[in-house]
Design a protein around this ligand. Structure first.
Ligand code: HEM
Length: 485
């Protein structure tokens, strides 16, 4: 029996008789505007692109699940963490930060590590990176920072002068800069890197008791990084190297996995800890707060359609579920606004109704209308609240967790300016070979910087972290070793 193909149709479902030849006036005459199938096809094509993400534009995604291996319900009432063995579907997107959608994967850049948990109480997004810290610690600096990472407005080229000017004038970046310039700055694949929530978050249990939490995803594949020369070669030969690696591994059944750990800090410790635990440029010592296992995530299914699932995926640190909240980290606070704001612009105001973003547990609310509302728009159901028609009602037991605030409202800086202890400790932890590669990477990166004053200012920061670190960078750049810093 021969298989009957479905008829090709226009966007309004009418059959298309000829998809190879447009309708012309005579054999060699101009094309007729009344060829409505042609107009339809071209008009749709003209709108195929949505704006790429303003950061983290290039990425790859996969589906999988998260399974709880340790009962931490004493700390959080989050339903998906409620008992050992509980499985929750996830969608994960890995990315580079600064490059455009078509840029090379094997560049020196942090990697995004965004996880969407489709829990029974709505979606929970853990939108982190492969580094535990960040370059800055106040959201108000983020647009300026990203400008230096993107292209120069005149030359449309990457501009190392802007990069190092900003970093040297924002010394809180030193910790992340040291990580980025180290071997970990270019992971071998997305599968061979850890992930971090980076910020401090808040967990609250059923008794209303809260703790501060840091998340760590440890790769079960082990850490592997790329040698610089190989990374550069791959960037030319196969700019999609990491995307391809993830896809192929999953396709052949070699499913990557990560174990999730948390550090738990009692709420009151934050007041007396030796630095502000909401400062995302610092790590909280695992000696003080050891890692506790939570569960394991396995990625076992590739997307069926890249645009629908990866490009339209919308992660946000504001996508929270009961039992998980935020801290006063000023970066995190800014992020609570930025993600959904850009997503409303990037993919439209109803982006949460797209299949990849829609909670599996459903939504019941009174949001109506807006561009591209294609899910029935609540039908004839009651469209306001309070109402006398049995519409969805608030649940007082799910009120946001209360917390205490005090003090003056002001543009207050972070209280401490110790930008040097942790990067110095990291430098001192490295082997001689790792230090040599770190310094070489920095020297190569800083060489093209146009102003000596920028280089000298940055060298002073390295020197303050560790005199040897500063001296070796200075020598590599042929500049004087700082004194009296
Ligand atoms: C105030 C600081 C920050 C702001 C304003 C900000 C803003 C943004 C924006 C607007 C996007 C694009 C989202 C989209 O189009 O869907 C994005 C993506 C992303 N950001 Fe941030 N970001 C900040 C800091 C951070 C930090 C500290 C991390 C990690 C700890 C991070 C991780 C990510 C990741 C992983 C993505 C990509 C998500 C995906 O795969 O779709 N960002 N960020």
């Amino acid at each position: 029996m021969s298989e009957t193909k479905k008829k090709l149709t226009t966007s309004w479902g009418a059959p298309v008789g000829d998809n190879q030849n447009s309708m012309t006036a005579g054999v060699s005459g101009p094309t007729l505007i009344q060829d409505v199938a042609l107009l339809d096809k071209l008009a749709h094509f003209d709108r195929e692109r949505v704006p790429e993400r303003v950061v983290h534009a290039k990425g790859a995604g996969a589906h999988g699940y998260f399974e709880v291996t340790n009962d931490l319900s004493q700390y959080t009432k989050a339903d998906f963490l409620s008992k050992v063995g509980k499985r929750t579907p996830v969608f994960v997107r890995f990315s580079t930060v600064a490059g455009e959608l078509g840029s090379a994967d094997t560049v020196r850049d942090p990697r995004g590590f965004a996880v969407k948990f489709y829990t029974n109480e709505g979606n929970y997004d853990l939108v982190g990176n492969n580094t535990p810290v960040f370059f800055i610690r106040d959201a108000i600096k983020f647009p300026d920072f990203i400008h230096t990472q993107k292209r120069d407005p005149r030359t449309h080229l990457k501009n190392p002068t802007a990069v190092w000017d900003f970093w040297s004038l924002s010394p809180e970046s030193l910790h992340q800069v040291t990580i980025l310039a180290s071997d970990r700055g270019i992971p071998a694949t997305f599968r061979h890197m850890h992930g971090y929530g980076s910020h401090t978050f808040r967990w609250t249990n059923t008794d209303g008791k809260s703790v501060w939490v840091k998340y760590h995803w440890k790769t079960d594949q082990g850490i592997k990084n790329l040698d610089v020369a190989l990374a550069e070669k791959l960037a030319g030969e196969n700019p999609d190297y990491h995307t391809e690696d993830l896809f192929n591994a999953i396709e052949k059944g070699d499913y990557p996995s990560w174990t999730l750990y948390v550090q738990i800090m009692p709420l009151e410790d934050a007041k007396t800890y030796h630095f502000n635990p909401f400062d995302v440029t610092k790590v909280i010592s695992q000696k003080d707060y050891p890692l506790i296992e939570v569960g394991r995530m396995v990625l076992n299914k590739n997307p069926e359609n890249y645009f629908a699932e990866v490009e339209q995926a919308a992660f946000s640190p504001a996508t929270l579920v009961p039992g998980i909240g935020v801290s006063p980290d000023k970066m995190l606070q800014g992020r609570l606004f930025s993600y959904a704001d850009t997503q409303r612009h990037r993919i439209g105001p109803n982006y949460q109704t797209l299949p990849i973003n829609r909670p599996l547990s459903g939504t019941n609310n009174y949001y109506r209308d807006g561009n591209m509302r294609f899910d029935g728009n609540g039908g004839r159901s009651v469209y306001y609240e309070p109402n006398s028609f049995g519409g969805p009602a608030e649940s007082p037991e799910d009120k946001q967790d209360a917390f205490e605030v005090s003090g003056m409202a002001a543009n207050t800086p972070y209280p401490d300016n110790d930008f040097y202890t942790q990067p110095g400790d990291l430098y001192r932890l490295m082997s001689e070979e790792e230090r040599t590669r770190l310094v070489q990477n920095i020297v190569n990166w800083m060489k093209p910087v146009e102003k000596e004053e920028i280089k000298e200012r940055q060298i002073r920061h390295f020197y303050r972290a560790d005199p040897e670190y500063g001296r070796r960078v200075a020598e590599g750049l042929g500049l004087p070793v700082p004194e009296n810093v």
